[in-house]
Design a protein around this ligand. Structure first.
Ligand code: GDP
Ligand code: MG
Length: 295
């Protein structure tokens, strides 16, 4: 019988390459929100995959980017802290004809790190066959342990990611009980699902100004569970957009978020959703802390 293996695996790369999509795929449940807009992920998110002879603890990170304000600095610190603790790094890029400046930023960042790095080339479904040229180009830029081309969205190649990781994992204990999926609380996951819908439904600039806090979750045996959440924005004008004419936008947001929250809680939910203004919260350390984005 082979010994139990375990370890931490960090998922890094520029924004929007599919890191959170891969995490959800690998652990088989939605623990991280995803969107077509970059910088959706703000904090480290853990996802655990346990089998009878291994446990992999994945850490999804915000995309590697040039820090611009306090929120961005926090996001980069989340990446630094993750890299320090992991055994293996998955460096993700997406199929594209040239190296993006932000991929280059990520490569420069990783060059300083002395840990096994697997290069994951994602979104091969968008451009089948394009990966070969790209692999040649990347080989000149960086030395990787190995590389794999995948489609996180469709699942192609994802089993190979797991078997490659298992090969590299050290022997070790089971860190978390086998039913653990994430270190995040139910309240955090609920807030994130609401934030995801804001990214889906609203114009470019609004989502970046949004923070969501779950204020109350009441389990009610004979009724729908009661969930109260507040969407914080930075300006009065943004509040107006989020609520929409006759409250239509907030209603739609609430309906779509509720469906996802019901999947998470496995129970019907009454979602009581509010919008409040917290002026310039992204530059305000106290507000960042309140929203769990400072630490
Ligand atoms: P992250 O910022 O790196 O965490 O990226 P996300 O996981 O949020 O994904 C960014 C966008 O790319 C979303 O719209 C995903 O649906 C999409 N995406 C992720 N993986 C794939 C893939 O394998 N193929 C395609 N076509 N789209 C993908
Ligand atoms: Mg993400």
């Amino acid at each position: 019988m082979s010994a139990f293996k375990s370890g931490y695996v960090g998922i890094v790369g520029k924004p929007n390459v599919g890191k959170s999509t891969l995490l959800n795929r690998l652990v088989g449940q939605k623990v991280a929100i995803t969107s077509s807009k970059p910088q959706t992920t703000r904090t480290r998110i853990m996802g655990v995959l346990t089998d009878k002879d291994y446990q992999i603890v994945f850490i999804d990170t915000p995309g590697i980017h040039q820090p611009e304000d306090q929120l961005h600095q926090f996001m980069m610190r989340e990446i630094d802290d993750t890299i320090k603790d992991v055994d293996i790094i998955l460096f993700m890029t997406e199929v594209s004809p040239k190296t993006h400046p932000e991929d280059q930023l990520a490569i420069d960042y990783l060059k300083k790190i002395n840990k096994p790095i697997l290069w994951i080339l994602n979104k091969i479904d968008q451009n089948p066959g394009a990966d070969l040229a790209e692999i040649r180009r990347y080989k000149d830029l960086f030395v990787f342990m190995d590389y794999l081309s995948i489609s996180a969205l469709q699942g192609t190649g994802c089993d190979r990611v797991i078997s490659k990781i298992i090969e590299l994992l050290p022997e070790g204990p089971q860190f978390y009980p086998e039913d653990t999926l994430t270190d995040r609380t139910e309240r955090f996951l609920i807030a994130e699902l609401i934030r995801e819908k804001v990214y889906d439904l609203l114009r470019q600039e609004i989502p970046y100004s949004v923070a969501v806090v779950t204020e109350e979750v009441q389990e009610r045996p004979d009724k729908k569970n009661y969930v109260k959440a507040v969407i914080y924005v930075e300006k009065d004008s943004q509040k107006g957009i989020l609520i929409g004419g006759k409250g239509q936008m907030l209603k739609k947001l609430g309906q779509e978020a509720r469906k996802e929250i019901e999947i998470l809680l496995q129970k019907q939910v009454y979602l009581d959703l509010w919008v409040k203004v917290k002026k310039n919260w992204r530059k305000n350390p106290v507000a960042l802390k309140e929203f769990g984005l400072e630490g």
